[in-house]
Design a protein around this ligand. Structure first.
Ligand code: SF4
Length: 342
């Protein structure tokens, strides 16, 4: 792989990805409490739970209003939920069984966690009657070691009854909602057949915050039609939202999707970032996000077999994140530097 322009290179190794270079040489910690140049999920976990928690994904048999016809058919043009499924996830198993297998799966691979967060990830995980939701969420919360749930969903599948249920569960457990917002531009949301507007996403996030629940949002950077100038508007919009966490993914083209077919027919409509461009964009965004906002992810990672045009998306997530952190270090910059306060 050619070296990406503009990166700081480790003095000991030729490759910047696997270096022993200290990421941050500052003596004082940043306002979020450690020396990393952004407010990391790990640091937030440490403050919130006193240690590391492992997320365990489950597939609870949800559908999506953008697929079953109530909002639309065919789904978002980029959607391929298969790409995100860990092998132990399957809706033919009970939630309890998936959690047990997920704990075993992660125990073999990673260092020991203090507990688990069950992640309702695939499709729209608030898209069922409220009594059915309660049964599913309570099943997850009843498993030993589970400290809470994170619920991934669309902004238009939330209502006051569901928020009341989640606020009630939150009395004893950690409960968080994560919305797929994807873009701040309605013309993009329309183009990718998202089936909701940005204003609906803002309304859902604000209602969730009013209910006292921590709230996350997911954005895809580089959707067709969005210029670099448009992408540079993201941090100002995100900074206005009452969010706890944010996730960014570079646009990845998944096999067997409408967007992959569009790319094959009209590649000129797409601008897939070079690694250098993406790192540069992320640094720009990070500098303009308030330090209180936790950045949970900075890039996407899926098995390469799902990708039409893998490019640098074949890099592991840790490697991309390390490049971004090295660039923050090289420029002596940090989250919130241009955001006007913590
Ligand atoms: S991305 Fe989410 S909202 Fe869009 S079709 Fe897929 S499951 Fe539905």
């Amino acid at each position: 792989m050619p070296a990406a322009a503009g990166f700081v290179f480790c003095k000991r190794f030729a490759c910047p990805l696997f270096s022993n270079l200290e990421i941050n040489t500052r003596k004082e910690p940043f306002p979020w409490g450690d020396h990393r140049r952004f407010h990391s999920y790990g640091q937030w976990f440490k403050k919130t739970f006193g240690g590391r928690l492992q997320k365990i994904s489950v597939e609870a048999g949800f559908s999506c209003p953008n697929r079953d016809g109530s909002k639309g058919r065919g789904g978002c043009t980029f959607c391929n939920n298969e790409a995100f499924h860990p092998s132990y996830c399957s809706s033919v198993k009970t939630i309890r069984q998936q959690i047990a297998e997920g704990i075993e799966f992660h125990r073999k691979r990673y260092r020991r966690a203090k507990g688990y967060l069950v992640y309702f990830q695939s499709y729209s995980n608030t898209y069922k009657p409220v009594d059915e939701l309660e049964r599913l969420y309570r099943e997850a919360l009843s498993v030993e070691g589970v400290k809470g749930i994170v619920i991934g969903t669309r902004p238009d599948t939330i209502n006051e009854d569901i928020l009341a249920l989640l606020a009630d569960l939150q009395q004893k457990h950690f409960v968080m909602i994560e919305y797929g917002v994807e873009s701040i531009y309605d013309q993009t949301l329309q183009r990718v057949n998202r089936g909701h507007t940005y204003a609906e996403a803002v309304a859902a996030i604000e209602a969730t915050a009013r209910a006292g629940l921590p709230c996350g949002a997911h954005f895809i950077l580089g959707l067709p039609g969005e210029s670099m100038e448009m992408l540079r508007q993201y941090p100002d919009h995100i900074a206005k939202l009452p969010l706890t966490t944010v996730k960014f993914h570079q646009l990845q083209l998944f096999r067997n999707t409408v967007m992959a077919r569009e790319f094959q027919q009209r590649p000129e409509d797409f601008h897939l970032f070079s690694l250098g461009e993406y790192v540069d964009l992320l640094v720009f965004i990070i500098e303009r996000l308030p330090g209180s906002l936790v950045i949970e992810r900075m890039a996407g990672e899926v098995p390469p077999r799902f990708l039409v045009s893998p490019l640098w998306s074949m890099l592991r997530y840790d490697e991309v994140m390390r490049l971004i952190e090295l660039e923050l270090e090289k420029r002596d910059t940090w989250q919130g530097k241009f955001a006007g306060g913590f």
